[in-house]
Design a protein around this ligand. Structure first.
Ligand code: DGP
Length: 127
């Protein structure tokens, strides 16, 4: 698969599409998910052309990997989620349910998360 420079998150990173930004530094941009699945649902995307964790973890320079994951931690802290807790998720590929093919981490918070993380989809779940 080739990275599509016109995917939605690439366009948000270039400022061509709006987002509700919560954090930005040289390594990452974080913004609210357009379809929140929890009271707090924020996406953190690296600055760079990575499709998923597959190429990000294999190919990104060390400084980018470190900077990105530090940004994820900073965002969760900034959102006030550390005390009560939060969940981070990154989907890869069709069976992972990935919809946008620019690597991103979901941060979920503000409610109790289910322990059934690997459950089968229900009929009315989005595909
Ligand atoms: P994933 O399945 O991990 O690829 O999740 C993609 C997420 O991106 C999904 O939760 C909805 C969100 N999303 C899709 N389009 C937009 C958009 O234009 N703006 C924002 N803020 N989020 C979007």
């Amino acid at each position: 698969m080739v990275y599509d420079r016109n995917n939605i998150f690439a366009r948000i990173l270039r400022g061509e599409l709006p987002c509700k930004k919560v954090y930005e530094d040289e390594f990452a941009l974080a913004f609210h998910d357009i379809n929140p699945l929890a009271p707090v649902h924020v996406l953190v995307v690296p600055k760079g052309e990575y499709i998923s964790n597959v190429d990000f973890s294999a190919d990104a320079p060390d400084a980018q990997v470190v900077g990105f994951w530090r940004a994820v931690g900073k965002v969760a802290k900034q959102l006030g989620l550390e005390a009560e807790g939060y969940r981070i998720v990154a989907n890869h590929g069709p069976q992972g349910g990935q919809l946008v093919f620019h690597f991103h981490v979901h941060i979920f918070g503000g409610r109790q998360m289910s322990h059934r993380m690997g459950n089968m989809p229900r009929p009315n779940d989005r595909q």
